[in-house]
Design a protein around this ligand. Structure first.
Ligand SMILES: C[S@@+](CC[C@H](N)C(=O)[O-])C[C@H]1O[C@@H](n2cnc3c(N)ncnc32)[C@H](O)[C@@H]1O
Length: 432
């Protein structure tokens, strides 16, 4: 299904009755609708769809609107459904996917955006269900959106926009106050962070960025900056690889390994390659392994920067003859620390998934430990907040061995700390 379909510019206005006049939909709203449908129908990731070439035909403003609409609907889905259900005789989930998507899209614009014209929000949602061959639901969409109640005051919105099981476990784990801040952070648009790549004159880059209208703020961490304004992706520094977009917490993982030039370095779950690039900058060269050939393609494009991409399954015996001085295991995980950036995760994840992930992570960590040299260092990291994927993996795997030491080296929680939620353990192998 195309993400963007060609549509002539819309005509503003909305019918005053349930008999709705045919009109065209704004390209941005249609693209957002298509993204949301693919997230629901195909279990696709919104962030990947929003960066796909299918959106290239939209100008920067329209793309920003598509992102705001799609991400906003996913972040605040529970809150939107609560409002919609006040005007429906059934649950939002029981409606056809096209109908509930059009309703959420309209409700988000009407209640969560200041600048969206209400008439256009309603009429485009009506038109979207019609073009999705759900013409019989057009009247319902029109009536529900026209009579939508206001958002209730207070904090319940963020609570409603998380599944009960996840909220309940976080309340127990972090306490009510930290949990409240975490939920609030998850429903907001997260800041963009960049990393200044080692080996370039950063003062020169800053002057150039400023001339191109991009403002960066220091974060207190070396080389890490928050984008305070402007479009980084359009700059020479970004296109020339002097600046990479990378979440702040993600940037803090590789320094834990204290990599020295010339060391043998392995990133075992490397794609799309943010941390592998950092490793290669420090060591001069790094082996970057991943199971996904598709995801490794991004990494292959970076091959000239000292990365050696390898396709392998890290749950199976590793194919290396010599041991590594430094190993990073940035394990595949639930991603519950990244819900502001990947909001669909919270609607898909089930408690049982954590046990499955735990087993995979333990298998990968065992293989990684086998490949570490005496006196070597290994960092196990996840962007998950769940103990099953973090301390329980470390404790289980290290209980099987002697002469290893470990400590928690990174603990980042959205709402308390800037950036995504991340946890990392530093594991050292004592010399025999
Ligand atoms: C959290 S992501 C890694 C992100 C990466 N380190 C970065 O900074 O860009 C986890 C990666 O593990 C990979 N993966 C999952 N299972 C794997 C396995 N059995 N062996 C190797 N890689 C695996 C996934 O394809 C995914 O790219």
């Amino acid at each position: 299904m195309p993400i963007v379909s060609r549509a002539p510019e819309r005509t503003e206005g909305v019918s005053r009755s349930d008999t709705v006049t045919e009109m065209t939909v704004s390209p941005a709203r249609r693209a957002a609708f298509d993204v949301l449908l693919r997230v629901e129908r195909d279990a696709a990731y919104a962030d990947a769809l929003l960066h796909s070439p299918a959106l290239d035909r939209l100008d920067a403003r329209a793309r920003a609107l598509v992102t705001e609409l799609a991400m906003g609907c996913l972040r605040r889905r529970g809150e939107l459904d609560f409002l919609l259900e006040k005007r429906l005789r059934k649950t939002v989930e029981s409606l056809d996917v096209e109908v509930r998507t059009a309703l959420r899209l309209g409700a988000y614009q009407l209640r969560c955006m200041d600048r969206a014209p209400p008439a256009a929000a309603v009429s485009d949602s009506v038109e979207l269900v019609k073009t999705a061959r759900k013409r019989s639901a057009a009247g319902l969409v029109n009536a529900v959106l026209r009579n939508l109640p206001p958002l209730p005051e207070g904090e319940d919105g963020a609570r409603r926009s998380h599944p009960d099981w996840l909220r309940t476990r976080w309340e127990k784990q972090f306490g009510r106050s930290a949990c409240r801040k975490l939920l609030a952070a998850n429903v907001c648009r997260p800041p963009t962070y960049v990393r200044a790549v080692k080996g370039f004159d950063f003062a020169h880059t800053m002057r150039e960025l400023s001339a191109q209208g991009v403002a960066l703020e220091p974060t207190g961490f070396p080389r890490a900056f928050r984008v305070a304004g402007g479009a980084v992706a359009n700059t020479r520094a970004f296109r020339g690889g002097r600046l990479v977009v990378q979440d702040l917490s993600s940037q803090l993982v590789v320094p834990l390994l204290c990599v020295k030039p010339g060391q043998r370095v392995l990133d075992l779950c490397a794609a799309p390659g943010g941390k592998a690039r950092q490793l290669a900058e420090e060591a001069g060269c790094a082996a970057a392994a991943d199971r996904s050939l598709r995801r490794l393609r991004t990494l292959r494009r970076l091959g000239s920067r000292g990365l050696l991409p390898l396709a392998l399954d890290a749950e199976r015996p590793l194919p290396f003859r010599a041991a590594f001085d430094r190993i990073l295991v940035d394990a595949p995980c639930s991603g519950t620390g990244t819900l502001a950036r990947n909001p669909e995760i919270k609607w898909r994840l089930k408690p049982a998934d954590l046990h499955e992930l735990h087993s995979r992570q333990a298998r990968i960590l065992r293989r990684a430990l086998d490949a570490l040299a005496p006196n070597g260092r290994l960092v196990y990291a996840t962007c998950s907040l769940e103990p099953e994927e973090n301390e329980q993996v470390i404790e289980r795997v290290l209980a099987e061995r002697t002469a290893w030491t470990f400590r928690k080296a990174l603990d980042r929680l959205p709402g308390r700390d800037a950036g995504d939620g991340f946890q990392a353990w530093l594991i050292c192998r004592d010399a025999a």
